[in-house]
Design a protein around this ligand. Structure first.
Ligand code: PBG
Length: 343
């Protein structure tokens, strides 16, 4: 005789029903629609999070950069236009890097504190056109140094204390031209203190210091050095930039820079160093910046150009991760793109 099956007496069904009844926690409810996801989202990127890095060169030409597709070495007028467009989209700040004629480079990087040099002229042009734009400058010798290092080289050594004097002159030169923030990227010991003292003595106590506090000796800077032709002529940067295996040392650098008078501190690169951002953010009350550097940019650009990754998706995901880790400020070559997507 055929007996019809009764679902209600199936023990598996009973067990499942009980389990189900007890499941008051359903995290998926907070993901059920775009509206709900917007309400519960923890991290929102905003155009105002960004500092937009830009390259500048002499002359009237805006030139493409082979190693950084989509970026240009701008003429001063091109720079002013590009920065103005980003500013109009809500990006509050730019940081500028110079491509310096080989003929102007020497062992002591004298050109870096020339008041009529490319960077002081670029600062003045930017501030004249966009007074509210925050102009950040890079303080380091490498674009001006015939040895291609961030400090003075003698007998193959990078001389720390002699470099501090030059960096201080460079920072004062940028302040004199109207820079809002100077940003030492050289990783010499004691430079924040030296620059702070120099700026204050010269009457520029209102000029801020954004220190590249935790800057690793990284393979990710390759495309940038291509853009500026600023790679070291000999050796590497491992005696001044940090060993990427270390994180306690990042905390040490952060505490020192805070003590020396930095206004903001930076971790660089960003994407492969999210744990470092977390650690440093825990120990400082200063705003923390992170730099999504040229190699990070190029990896996304080239994978997207090959059709292997969705550029916009990866850009937003990578930058959100950097902010989620604790960065208050992000330096990214995608800053203007992101700001335009937010509009
Ligand atoms: C120079 C400087 C570098 C970068 C910023 N400032 C290169 C380096 O230290 O060799 C790298 C930025 C990037 O890769 O996007 N002191």
């Amino acid at each position: 005789m055929h007996k019809p099956q009764q679902a209600s007496i199936n023990p598996i069904h009973i067990a499942f029903f009980d389990l189900n009844r007890g499941m008051h926690q359903r995290p998926r409810r907070n993901r059920k629609s775009a509206g709900v996801r917007n309400l519960v989202r923890e991290i929102n990127l905003s155009a105002s999070d960004f500092i937009y890095p830009l390259f500048v060169q002499e002359g009237d030409a805006d030139e493409s950069i082979d190693s950084m597709p989509g970026c240009k070495r701008w003429s001063i007028s091109g720079l002013v236009k590009e920065a103005g467009e980003a500013y109009a989209l809500g990006v509050p700040a730019v940081v500028i890097f110079p491509a310096v004629d080989e003929a102007l480079k020497n062992k002591t990087a004298d050109e870096c504190w020339n008041d009529d040099g490319l960077i002081p002229r670029a600062i003045k042009a930017l501030k004249a056109a966009h007074p509210g734009l925050v102009v950040v400058t890079d303080v380091a010798l490498d674009p001006y140094n015939s040895d291609g290092h961030d400090g003075v080289v003698r007998d193959g050594e990078i001389i720390n204390d002699e470099t501090l004097e030059i960096l201080t002159k460079q920072a004062i030169c940028h302040a004199k031209a109207g820079a809002d923030i100077v940003s030492p990227s050289d990783m010499m010991d004691g430079r924040v203190s030296a620059i702070r003292t120099g700026l204050d003595d010269a009457g520029y106590s209102e000029v801020s210091i954004l220190s590249y506090t935790v800057k690793y000796a990284s393979g990710y800077y390759g495309p940038f050095r291509g853009a500026l032709d600023s790679a070291p002529k000999a050796g590497d940067k491992k005696t001044y930039q940090m060993d990427y295996a270390n994180v306690n040392e990042a905390v040490r650098e952060a505490l020192l820079d805070e003590e020396e008078g930095a206004d903001m501190i930076m971790i660089k690169p960003a994407g492969a160093y999210l744990d470092v951002i977390v650690r440093v953010k825990e120990v400082t009350t200063l705003p923390v910046a992170a730099y999504q550097v040229s190699g990070e940019y190029l990896m996304i650009k080239s994978a997207a150009a090959a059709g292997w990754l969705d550029e916009k998706a990866i850009v937003l995901e990578s930058l959100t991760a950097i902010k989620r880790a604790g960065a208050d400020i992000i330096l990214s070559y995608f800053a203007k793109d992101v700001a335009s997507w937010m509009k």
